[in-house]
Design a protein around this ligand. Structure first.
Ligand code: HEC
Length: 152
């Protein structure tokens, strides 16, 4: 997967100028806010929970050595962030979109390789890669709810 690390590197480079540090554990939050309506927030958080649920299912499938189930669980996760609410795409930073696309690609590759190669160790490495996108984005951005007309 030669393209994936470079995409993450690009996204990281794009935000490094603005980002002070990942949210420290002392109550301050230096992450970059993304303005969303409360409806958009609900939509995004529901998608996020589907990521966590999907990972949960993938790990169970891996533990059973059921690589077909890994592919079945990973495939829909490659499409989750495709449904960004209309009007939101132009409001979010490019690095955010890049991380979302990078994550799609990892899940697509996980699904494809689980089916074609059925190698749990390979899948584990790819899952670690997926988690670096989860962490990278969470360390960088937070959602900030604004009234519907003040989002642009
Ligand atoms: C492109 C950015 C991005 C990526 C990639 C991403 N997330 Fe998130 N996620 C967010 C943001 C932003 C929030 C809200 C954080 C906040 O406002 O404090 C969030 C919140 C969440 C939440 C909380 C949901 C809730 O109901 O409160 C979970 C769980 C979560 N993400 C899981 C994941 C997992 C698992 C992955 C990787 C498979 C992932 N996310 C990848 C941006 C991202």
């Amino acid at each position: 997967m030669p393209r994936l690390p470079s995409r993450l590197a690009l996204a990281t480079a794009l935000v490094s100028a603005q980002l002070v540090s990942a949210a420290p554990l002392n109550g301050t939050d230096n992450r970059i806010p993304i303005n969303v309506t409360s409806q958009e927030r609900s939509h995004l958080l529901a998608e996020m929970r589907s990521f966590l649920q999907g990972l949960h299912n993938i790990f169970h499938a891996l533990a059973r050595n059921d690589m077909k189930a890994v592919a079945v669980e990973a495939r829909p996760l490659g499409k989750v962030l495709h449904h960004m609410p209309p009007g939101m795409r132009e409001r979010v930073p490019l690095a955010y979109v890049e991380m979302g696309w990078g994550l799609h690609e990892v899940f697509d590759v996980i699904a494809r390789d689980a089916e074609a190669k059925a190698d749990p160790t390979l899948t584990l490495g790819q899952l670690a890669e997926a988690l670096s996108y989860c962490s990278g984005c969470h360390d960088t951005y937070r959602l900030q709810v604004v009234p519907a007309r003040g989002t642009r």
